[in-house]
Design a protein around this ligand. Structure first.
Ligand SMILES: [Zn+2]
Ligand SMILES: [Zn+2]
Length: 284
């Protein structure tokens, strides 16, 4: 099986357009938004667009497609308008994924605002219990680890484990973002750091839960709790750590997605993907 490697690509002009952008960078995996990520409202996907998406996927080298949810959604919000809107918007996103045949929707767990971690995690779990009761069963939620900016939850594996534990009927995977893990304080300064991170992940949530990677370097230092993606090799994460991940045979079938700016004519993405393919080759 060839590597599942690619990037988050734009859906400007319609979701089906994403496949051309993936082809332009030689991607075998991609991530998309299924709507404008900065707006609450979205018109339903036209039947024509759903068909075009399926046809473009069929004709594409892209094997794996995942979606990322809107940045506005906060399932840790207290009872009120923001919470009601967040839940409705999230169910809508799951439905859009189901219509497009996308099996995994990446989400940020949410921000507890001033309520504290434990209450925030309980609110997320409560929201997800009703979401799973209402949403299409073919879509898995991929909980993403976060950098832990402000009151953002999900910067410790313990948070992700707590959410999954409290939603026994949930269909969950985990999306591991390297930039977020590093900014949250996990060591990715060496191959050993990467191995330790994975041991921690295995102990707290189970390696088999990892269903996607966001491969990003970090502009900010380890433990900064600030989320600023850098191009691979241009930030503080060690290339040895990326190499260890790329060579980890447990994750051959797990999509690896860049979330950096593509650059003019995709110059950055092309460079980064070439570098990652090179790092995937064991040094002899
Ligand atoms: Zn994300
Ligand atoms: Zn990410």
């Amino acid at each position: 099986m060839s590597m599942l490697l690619g990037a988050h690509v734009s859906i400007a002009g319609g979701v089906s357009r994403a496949f051309q952008r993936a082809a332009d960078i030689g991607a075998t995996a991609m991530q998309v938004f299924t709507k404008n990520a900065n707006r609450w409202q979205a018109s339903p996907l036209p039947a024509k667009e759903i068909k075009a998406f399926a046809a473009a996927w069929q004709a594409s080298d892209v094997v794996s497609v995942i979606a990322h949810d809107s940045y506005l959604i906060n399932l840790a919000a207290p009872e009120g308008e923001n919470r009601t809107r967040s839940m409705a918007a999230f169910i809508d996103e799951m439905e859009r994924c189901a219509q497009l045949g996308i099996g995994g929707l990446v989400m940020h767990p949410g921000a507890h605002l001033d309520a504290g971690e434990e209450i925030g995690l309980q609110r997320i779990a409560e929201a997800l219990r009703s979401i799973f009761a209402a949403a299409p069963p073919q879509v898995t939620i991929l909980l993403e680890n976060t950098a832990g900016q402000g009151s953002y939850l999900g910067h410790r594996f313990e948070h992700l484990a707590a959410i999954m534990d409290q939603v026994p009927q949930g269909r969950f995977g985990v999306c591991l973002d390297t930039c977020h893990a590093f900014a949250a304080g996990y060591d990715l300064g060496s191959a050993q750091g990467y191995q330790k991170l994975m041991e921690e992940c295995e102990r707290l949530i189970g390696i088999e839960r990892i269903a996607a990677f966001h491969i990003n370097d970090s502009q900010k230092a380890q433990g900064s709790r600030v989320d600023r993606h850098a191009h691979i090799g241009k930030g503080h994460i060690a290339l040895d750590a990326f190499a260890a991940l790329m060579q980890d045979t447990r994750f051959v079938a797990v999509p690896k997605i860049l979330e950096t700016a593509p650059g003019e004519n995709n110059c950055h993405h092309l460079e980064e993907l070439a570098l990652l393919r090179q790092l995937a080759e064991p040094k002899s």
